[in-house]
Design a protein around this ligand. Sequence first.
Ligand code: PMP
Length: 295
Amino acid sequence: MYYNEDTIVFLNGSYVKASEANVGLYNQTMHYGNGVFEGIRSYDTPDGTRIFKAKEHYDRLHYSAKKMHIKLAYSAEELEQITYTLLEKNNLKDAYIRPLVYLGENMSLTPTVDVHVVIMAWEWGKYLGDQALKVMLSSYQRPNPKACHVQAKVVGHYTNSILATTEAKSKGFDEALLTDMHGNIAEGPGANFFYEKEGKLYTAPLGNILSGITRQTVFEIAKELDIEVVEQFFTPEEIYTADAAFFCGTAAEVAPIGQFNDYVFPMNWEDTNSQMIQRMYKRRVSTNEYQNVFI
Ligand code: PMP
């Protein structure tokens, strides 16, 4: 699904076949989860293939690496250029791009000097599908920001996400919604969360969540459309008074949520401001427009 015999990946300065690349068994990322990564999308736009917000993603990769004491040898600009080359080599236009910075041999709990960079790309549909999602309140909380750097995209953090999604699916839901350590709503396992009430959008402030690049794009679009966005802490109970809700993330894009636990969002998605945001997001990424877009 992710690669075939012809797939090329970028690995430590070379473009090599995915099927021929290998990693050492004593690498610190595999044993302890110390590695950082990104999830990026490119789109087939009228101006050619364009990576959406490449700089923001590669700047965040640098931020994540720094927080984890990982020395990343490539600049954000270099990584962007490499990614365009990789897309070309694989004939990919609409693609999901996965840069991963993983570490070499080190079985101690100390920073690793040997740093590897791999970039992979494949065609991937909407991560959470096209249907309105059934979401459950997770019994898991997001990691405590005093235990790790929650704003860094670290490999090991995703064990929490896997537990939450697995629990939700095992109970017949599509996805989970997690609280922070104070019991306020934080985010999904791989996406940020917004709800809509009386036309306004509400989302958790930074501090206990990943600072999503799509979340930021939602802010930009909402501003252009004159839709108010409120960043504030809120409890799960408050969602039961909302008109609509959605997840947003690079892989998920803007994904409508139809139901939270037993509560069915009452407003027709087509009539919500959230739906306008969804449409504008789609338009923005597929035309590579950043500002002053009007429907
Ligand atoms: N939260 C988590 C935990 C995520 O894994 C992601 C996906 N990177 C997001 C939010 C959304 O971030 P972005 O919009 O930058 O993809």
